[in-house]
Write a protein that binds this ligand. Structure first.
Ligand SMILES: Nc1ncnc2c1ncn2[C@@H]1O[C@H](COP(=O)(O)OP(=O)(O)OP(=O)(O)O)[C@@H](O)[C@H]1O
Ligand SMILES: [Mg+2]
Length: 286
């Protein structure tokens, strides 16, 4: 196995002026090219974990940090956030608030300008990056005239322009309609599979995560309480219910059937195996 691209070594963090720890004894390794979903209730520490990876914690948001976070071999905290932005791109839930420019092209140019990228290179990078998120030819369009899904993809383009190795998305589709959600997740899956990008998604949509993620991490009270493949995690319907977290609907139905002794196979976590399981059950009965 290669070196982890993200490594948390016994990290505990409390924001300045608060008593509670937002993160508690986090140890975690993420390999290059993994697609990891982070689940947890409000206040579980998911955003805080993401901010430790892009260096906003401890550089811009202070507090008491113990342990070490290493990203792509660098000790986070030793480098300014704009330096980390060349390795880690992070987008948030409200794309509109991430837009500040008159055109999509300028939106993508902003980070490049800050990083001192020469104009000639920017002229090449901007159209390439827009094409990467499915917005080829959108240079002159006003960000505010785009759909929610397009705006979020533009926000993602703005961080991708820096050619980061890691993309963190913090509830990227919570303000989007179903089509916008689909656009963003399809694009992230493509970046992961075709470009080998490491993707970290903080997300409540368990159906989507069951379909795309290689690994699911569950947080509760600042700790990592579950960590495994989607099958391993979403198969534990009762444990997740105890944490007040949803599981994919197919897993929930299968678990009811299992508790009644009507299903003995593995718990299906996506629709196709659930349909196959139902057909098997019906076939067995007829
Ligand atoms: N800027 C801040 N200053 C002080 N405390 C904070 C700050 N941001 C978060 N916290 C606290 O840290 C803990 C973890 O919060 P965090 O935002 O990481 O959770 P989360 O899992 O992202 O929640 P949500 O699902 O609501 O986004 C909470 O107790 C929260 O109140
Ligand atoms: Mg959050």
């Amino acid at each position: 196995m290669s070196d982890p691209i993200i490594r948390f070594d016994n990290v505990t963090f409390g924001y300045s002026g608060t008593e509670v720890h937002a993160l508690e004894s986090i140890s975690l390794e993420i390999q290059p090219g993994e697609y990891v979903a982070i689940l947890g209730l409000n206040g579980a520490g998911k955003t805080t974990l993401g901010l430790c990876v892009n260096g906003v914690i401890p550089i811009m948001l202070g507090g008491n940090l113990e342990g070490t976070v290493t990203v792509d071999g660098l000790n986070v905290g030793d480098y300014p956030v704009r330096e980390m932005a060349k390795i880690v791109g992070m987008v948030f839930d409200n794309p509109e608030f991430q837009m500040s420019q008159m055109s999509a092209g300028e939106e993508v140019a902003l980070g490049l300008e800050n990083a001192g990228i020469p104009y000639e290179e920017m002229k090449r990078i901007i159209p390439e990056t827009l094409a990467l998120v499915g917005l080829a030819g959108f240079e002159e369009r006003s960000p505010l005239g785009l759909s929610g899904g397009q705006q979020q993809r533009l926000a993602i383009a703005a961080v991708l322009a820096m050619n980061p190795k890691i993309l963190i998305m913090d509830e990227p589709t919570s303000n989007l309609d179903p089509i916008g959600k689909q656009e963003v997740f399809d694009m992230a899956a493509k970046l992961n599979r075709e470009n080998g990008m490491t993707v970290l998604v903080i997300e409540h949509e368990v159906e989507v995560m069951a379909k795309y993620a290689d690994r699911v991490i569950v947080m509760d009270g600042g700790r990592i309480v579950m960590n495994g493949t989607p099958q391993e995690i979403f198969g534990q319907v009762d444990a997740l219910a105890e944490l007040k977290l949803r599981v994919p609907e197919s897993a929930e139905v299968a678990s009811i059937l299992k508790s009644r002794g009507m299903w003995n196979g593995p718990i299906p976590i996506t629709t196709e195996p659930a349909i196959a399981a139902v057909n098997e059950l019906l076939g067995a009965k007829s």
